[in-house]
Ligand binder design. Sequence first.
Ligand code: FES
Length: 114
Amino acid sequence: MLVDGEAIDSCIYLTMWAKGRSIMTVEGLKGPNGELSLIQKAFIEEAAVQCGFCTPGLIMTAVEIVGTGKRYNREELRKMISGHLCRCTGYENILNAMERIVEETYKVVGTQES
Ligand code: FES
């Protein structure tokens, strides 16, 4: 989840720390009619799927990354998701999805270089 825009491990975050802070979970990414966000669509289209813990965590990390407005390359993205320690599958499809959404967002928003 994101706390004030920063991805954190929700499983080790005490509820009392959240008082007065902005919290966003993967459920908050849906549009008003339940449509998926561009990041969620990118994960589906790139088959960047893992379990019900890993996938939301990686998607919320992607939200944080995209929110920086920086154009990270694949190696930078790999380092940025290094806190996700799943060994069930590979990370290539996840990186494909992240790279894609970073590029798509950068083209639309056209923000600063990293
Ligand atoms: S897919 Fe979640 S622990 Fe491996």
